[in-house]
Design a binder for this molecule. Sequence first.
Ligand code: APR
Ligand code: PHB
Length: 391
Amino acid sequence: MKARTQVAIIGAGPAGLLLGHLLRAEGIDAVIVERASPDYVLGRIRAGVLERTATDLLDRLGLGERMHAEGLPHDGFNLADGERLIRIDIQKLTGKQVMVYGQTEVTRDLMAAAQARGLEIIYEAADVALHDIESDRPYLTYTKDGASHTIEAAFICGCDGFHGPSRQAIPSSVGRGFEKVYPFGWLGILADVPPCNHELIYANHENGFALASMRSATRSRYYIQVPLDDQIEDWPDDRLWDELALRLGPEAGANITRGPAMEKSIAPLRSFVFEPMRHGRLLLAGDAAHIVPPTGAKGLNLAASDVAYLSDALIGHFKRSDQDAIGGYSAKALARVWKSERFSWQLTLLMHRFPNTDIFDRRMQIADLDYIASSIAAQTSIAENYVGLPL
Ligand code: APR
Ligand code: PHB
């Protein structure tokens, strides 16, 4: 079956869904082709801190109602050095807040509104392939229910995450990746217990990093740094709760409410950027083009800023006949991507125990945290990156 649309989007994660909705809101035809089922997409546990960049897009779409009703606006977060909490007052230092609202819930809200807004999402589409992206008539092929399908489009947007086919479609003579793989992972646990603190705590302890986050006043999300060769089986709940209490420090540790893990998983950490984010009629957005370590809570928020730039460029092309808009997308998106990559990398270096580092490195981390505790300038730098740099 052959279909034609203006913009064919690969991937129904946050990037693809936000982009699809923004285009449809401007009357631009868009179709999303997604490999997984809706339940599988919603079953992925991801991060939960939204910058204004992301919340503004949901509000612009009129899809922020549940976020504002159920989300938790936060005025600050904390760094911990094993002895004390160093509060970064983002509201006072930047005039902005962040919104604690799970990525899963953002995805759910965007999926729920798709049909009513004429955003077609084709789930369980297998063997998605990109064709003729260097021509002005690119097309996708995929198989579903045993039949082959083709979608012709003016543009293909690769919102298919780190492992999708879009980035691979850009010739190695044109594109290149920049990567750093970190020598540890994050073990995450989700539990229906009240958070140990009303704000997030990022802790640098002798034993390693820990993060106390949340999804609501009754659901907590915690992480600890673990060696890359650790398995889930190495971390029964009791051992994990003991280690969290130790790493988060005496005050927060004493406030931890223990309970059974609803979800427990280990994820590797990497920094990655692919340049360029456009080749011919293929445009990349979100994890398809870049990955950040979760330390700075930038993954979803970078997808949102990419999509803010990309939707503006496509709207400019289709509705204002602005032929330069598309050409400027990659450089504009990458400028913000690299600054978020820097912040995420720097906070990861500050807060984790790196193997094969010496006592001097450890003392540098402690001195850095001590400087941050004593410097409004240092806290302001962290705060303005955490709430999100301007678009
Ligand atoms: N064909 C079709 N769809 C695909 C294919 C494929 N070959 N490969 C991947 N996909 C889909 C995935 O199933 C997923 O739903 O693309 C989507 C990509 O979504 P994400 O990985 O969530 O990436 P993105 O939308 O850029 O959002 C970035 O999500 O993974 C987190 O930490 C990340 O917070 C960040 C955010
Ligand atoms: C989360 O709540 O999952 C979370 C919060 C902040 C981060 C990373 C993850 O930096």
